[in-house]
Design a protein around this ligand. Structure first.
Ligand SMILES: [Zn+2]
Length: 234
């Protein structure tokens, strides 16, 4: 299949930082798994271990989300100094929040709280499992935890991209990481664009059924979806 890829907005930076995103994901996954493994080593295979991993997992995840947002913002090649300068020159007339403010809005304790709740429930489920089955149950919990984290990483990338697009007054392009893991649903979205007035994508009625309830008009399209949106001059 031949793909026509658009030109980057400015400069020569790779507009599709698949490698840096995958590195970020791998590092975060390793961090999350080692936090849980460390807690199990300290507290045994039960509810206490899972719940006590929450703080370290939350710290790992918050750092990852911060990096993900900065990566998403960099997709537009729009940096804070550039925006700040434009504002101070009265160039746009629009007061935009600096990326730091967007980051703190997205993180601001919510992630840690949600993680604690999620891990609390998972720990109770582990405690209710017979001792002989707990290792397998823990593996499932860690897989579920990673899916939860990955979806948030992808949302964070897109929060950064939306910030960059809003800042620059441009639209967004839906970019799909195309390889053997790409699903038909995501391929439906490949290359779609939305204009600056409405930075949300619609799910096309293309015979593939209803869209995931968690879809908010930006990638991810489904849990574990690896798509992202990037600023694009429509
Ligand atoms: Zn996708």
């Amino acid at each position: 299949m031949t793909q026509t890829l658009p030109e980057p907005m400015v400069g020569e930076v790779d507009p599709f930082p698949t490698t840096s995103l995958e590195e970020l994901e791998e590092e975060t996954r390793a961090g999350v798994e080692s936090a849980v493994a460390g807690a199990v080593a300290a507290f045994g295979l039960g509810a206490l271990a899972v719940a006590s991993a929450a703080d370290q997992v939350a710290q790992t995840v918050e750092e990852a989300l911060h990096r993900a947002m900065v990566t998403g913002a960099a997709l537009g090649r729009v940096t804070e100094p550039v925006i700040g300068r434009r504002q101070s020159l009265g160039g746009t007339g629009v007061v935009l929040p600096p990326l730091r403010a967007v980051v703190s809005t997205v993180l601001d304790g919510e992630i840690a709280r949600e993680l604690r709740e999620w891990l609390g429930r998972a720990g109770q489920a582990l405690q209710a499992t017979s001792v002989g089955s707990r290792s397998l149950r823990l593996e499932r919990i860690v897989r579920g935890l990673w899916a939860w984290v990955l979806t948030r990483i992808h949302r964070a990338v897109n929060a950064g991209a939306v910030w960059a697009a809003s800042s620059a007054g441009v639209g967004l392009l839906w970019y799909v990481r195309v390889d053997e893991r790409t699903c038909r649903r995501c391929m439906q979205m490949q290359g779609r664009v939305v204009a600056s007035a409405n930075l949300r994508f619609a799910w096309p009625d293309s015979g593939l059924g209803a869209v995931w309830a968690g879809f908010d008009g930006l990638p991810p399209l489904h849990p574990r979806c690896r798509c992202f949106a990037r600023p694009y001059v429509v």
